[in-house]
Design a binder for this molecule. Structure first.
Ligand SMILES: NC(=O)c1ccc[n+]([C@@H]2O[C@H](COP(=O)([O-])OP(=O)(O)OC[C@H]3O[C@@H](n4cnc5c(N)ncnc54)[C@H](OP(=O)(O)O)[C@@H]3O)[C@@H](O)[C@H]2O)c1
Length: 271
């Protein structure tokens, strides 16, 4: 399905202040999209907005929001509506993990993980998708993880299950929006060079446990995601090694796969 006639398409990206979200913003701007950028750090969003306006002539709106707050998705939707903007694309990318172990992680942090990576994507999809379907054009990327394709690991107990949810929910949406002009893709990156492992404090462990070739750049991941969504693929896992791991996670008996990820958690000192 072709882009909307007579105007540039507009995409809303969550978690656009850094990492994969910022890389996706650059990819979409380079391909002629206008953008709404959201995250908590307004100054970083404004800096990126300035770069995209100057570099690509994109119209960029910045709306700061904390998606760990229950009312944030609806407030974001209302702020977009109040500006009279027509949203043609949604990227649910914001996320973080805690690797301190379930019992050592504050309940508030668990709640925030669930809100940012699960509740907010569901709410934002429900708010923005109906108009995309009605207009016959839309693009949705839900950023999951290779972790969502593997058995859950000790240490970051909730992260894998949340990302599995994102993959399954994206597949359901992909099925429901078939032939409507709306494409839905779950993006499942493996290790990617962003602020993610600095935020959860695991940079040193993961850098020493996994060789450089296992790491991908956010720019590469973003380009793969864009192409997959344009091609209407329900799921994409960037990188051959990550696809091999995902296939093993699916094919191996549960007990064997669980022992495999237990080795991973032990290498990182998480169990
Ligand atoms: N890096 C990896 O190895 C990797 C692998 C697989 C999947 N992923 C997934 O990729 C996505 C992006 O992560 P990344 O690697 O790009 O990490 P990152 O560089 O740390 O970026 C995370 C983004 O999420 C935003 N965010 C975090 N908490 C938020 C909150 N409460 N409200 C609103 N925005 C929030 C951050 O913005 P503010 O701090 O400004 O709010 C930032 O823009 C995540 O969903 C992550 O799970 C990452």
């Amino acid at each position: 399905m072709s882009r909307p006639a007579g105007r540039r398409p507009l995409i809303l990206i969550t978690g656009a202040s850094a990492g994969i979200g910022a890389a996706l913003a650059r990819v979409y701007a380079a391909r002629g999209w206008d953008l709404i950028l959201t995250a908590r750090r307004e100054a970083a969003l404004e800096a990126l907005a300035g770069e995209l306006r100057a570099g690509h002539g994109a119209d960029v709106v910045v709306i700061a929001a904390d998606l760990a707050e229950a009312e944030a998705p609806l407030a974001l939707f209302d702020a977009v509506q109040a500006r009279g903007l027509i949203v043609d694309g949604l990227i649910n990318n914001a996320g973080f993990s805690r690797t301190t172990g379930f019992l050592q992680t504050e309940p508030e942090a668990h709640e925030a993980m669930i809100r940012v990576m699960l509740t907010a994507p569901v709410a934002l999809s429900r708010l923005f998708l109906p108009d995309m379907v009605e207009r016959g054009f839309g693009r949705v990327i839900n950023v999951a993880s290779l972790a969502g394709q593997m058995p859950a690991t000790g240490g970051d107990t909730l992260y894998g299950p949340i990302k599995s949810f994102v993959i399954k929910a994206s597949q359901g949406l992909w099925l429901e929006t078939r032939d409507t002009g709306v494409h839905v893709t779950a993006l499942c990156p493996g290790y990617t060079l962003t602020e993610f492992h600095d935020v959860n404090g695991s940079r040193e462990q993961v850098s020493s446990a996994y060789p450089a070739w296992m790491w991908q750049t956010a720019e590469h991941v973003a380009r793969v995601a864009y192409d997959a969504c344009e091609a209407d693929r329900p799921r994409v896992t960037p990188g051959l090694a990550n696809n091999v791991l995902a296939a093993l996670g699916k094919l191996l008996p549960d007990g064997v796969a669980l022992r495999m990820v237990a080795g991973h958690a032990r290498r990182l000192g998480r169990i």
